[in-house]
Design a protein around this ligand. Structure first.
Ligand SMILES: NC(=O)c1ccc[n+]([C@@H]2O[C@H](COP(=O)([O-])OP(=O)(O)OC[C@H]3O[C@@H](n4cnc5c(N)ncnc54)[C@H](O)[C@@H]3O)[C@@H](O)[C@H]2O)c1
Length: 326
């Protein structure tokens, strides 16, 4: 059974709110627990954006929206949930304390998904009584628009848990990517971390501003990456001679000092000030809400274009829309 009717979100910050949006869009009722006094207000602001985004993204009739209910503790929030999503801060001790509470009150066959960006699921589940139902479901912001979710099993995760989770995320319009072996930071964040480290070096060394780096991405290879990934892009770049030719041509660069990826800049106040000041100068004239709206509108246009071409993330969107009409 791939449908679920009730989910619990523990931690309603940026990511928790994005999960709430995706779940209610698909008719799932969602219980939320977040101790922050402004949590409900922040979630509601995300739901304003997501409702607007889905109205522009999805053709045809949408599922009738699920209800959101806020609770003052984990106990009632998880009691009748089929899927429990942990989206609390990225600290192992906080997450393990949350799992202990969840296990105390949740149904024994409820799935428990962690949104962690990089902690190994084996570490997350190490103190659990029923670790077989815990897995990582790593999403990407905004969760309500981006289809990728990386699924990662720990040593004690039951393979059936991943199978069941995979079906649920497909039903939610997502593209579950099962990471074959557990590793810190999984796949996408390892790639993003490499770009982030190199970007910090380029700004620190005065070679580029934050604006220059963003332009280098968005006017060039960023556009390619939305439709073909690393390997297909380079395959095409190799011309008719293909990948073998491409590798022979650029292989020697691996030995040249083209990157500083094995080294990281020192994280200190000077670096934080340098990056923050440039970023403020670049985009400080816009509020985060305005930037989110621009981001969402651009993503919707890209996704719809890819849907017309039946390609990549657009193919996922097309399949999802077909499932809405059946
Ligand atoms: N921000 C991203 O782009 C991103 C992307 C993918 C995954 N993640 C992961 O998602 C998780 C959440 O990140 P975020 O960016 O939403 O953080 P956030 O700070 O926006 O939200 C965390 C929320 O958890 C709440 N919280 C703290 N302790 C809690 C507890 N004991 N019980 C319930 N709620 C509690 C906080 O009040 C806060 O609202 C992290 O593991 C992070 O690594 C983040």
């Amino acid at each position: 059974m791939n449908k679920i009717s009730k989910a619990a979100i523990i931690g309603g910050g940026v990511i928790g709110a994005g999960w709430i949006a995706r779940l209610i869009e698909n008719g799932v009722d969602v219980n939320v627990f977040d101790p922050a006094s402004d949590a409900q207000q922040k979630v509601n602001a995300v739901l304003v954006n997501s409702r607007e985004a889905y109205a522009k993204l999805t053709d045809g009739e949408r599922r009738s929206e699920g209800a959101v209910q806020f609770f003052s503790g984990t106990q009632k929030a998880v009691a009748d949930a089929d899927l429990i999503v942990e989206s609390v801060p990225e600290r192992l001790d906080i997450k393990q304390t949350v799992y202990a509470e969840i296990e105390h009150y949740a149904s024994s066959d409820a799935l428990i998904a962690s949104s962690t960006s990089g902690i190994m699921p084996s570490d997350l589940q190490s103190k659990m009584r029923h670790p077989e139902r815990l897995f990582v479901a790593h999403p990407f912001n905004p969760v309500y628009l981006l289809p990728l979710v990386e699924l990662v099993a720990g040593k004690k995760t039951d393979p059936k848990t991943i199978e069941r989770a995979s079906e649920i995320y497909k039903w939610l319009g997502m593209h579950p990517l099962h990471v074959k072996k557990e590793i810190e930071a999984f796949i996408a964040d390892r790639l993003l971390e490499a770009i982030w480290r190199e970007s910090l070096w380029l700004v620190k060394d005065g070679i580029a501003t934050t604006q220059d780096i963003d332009d280098a991405v968005r006017y060039g290879f960023g556009l390619r990456y939305a439709q073909m990934g690393v390997f297909d892009t380079y395959r095409v770049a190799g011309g008719e001679a293909g990948m073998r030719h491409f590798m022979a041509q650029f292989g020697p660069c691996l030995q040249w000092p083209w990157t500083k990826l094995m080294d990281v800049p020192e994280f200190n106040d000077e670096l934080v000030d340098l990056i923050t000041n440039q970023s403020d100068e670049q985009s400080g004239h816009m509020s985060i809400r305005e930037m989110e709206k621009i981001r969402d509108d651009n993503l919707i246009t890209i996704l719809r274009g890819l849907k017309d071409n039946r390609w990549g993330a657009g193919e996922t969107l097309g399949e999802y829309e077909k499932s809405l009409s059946t």
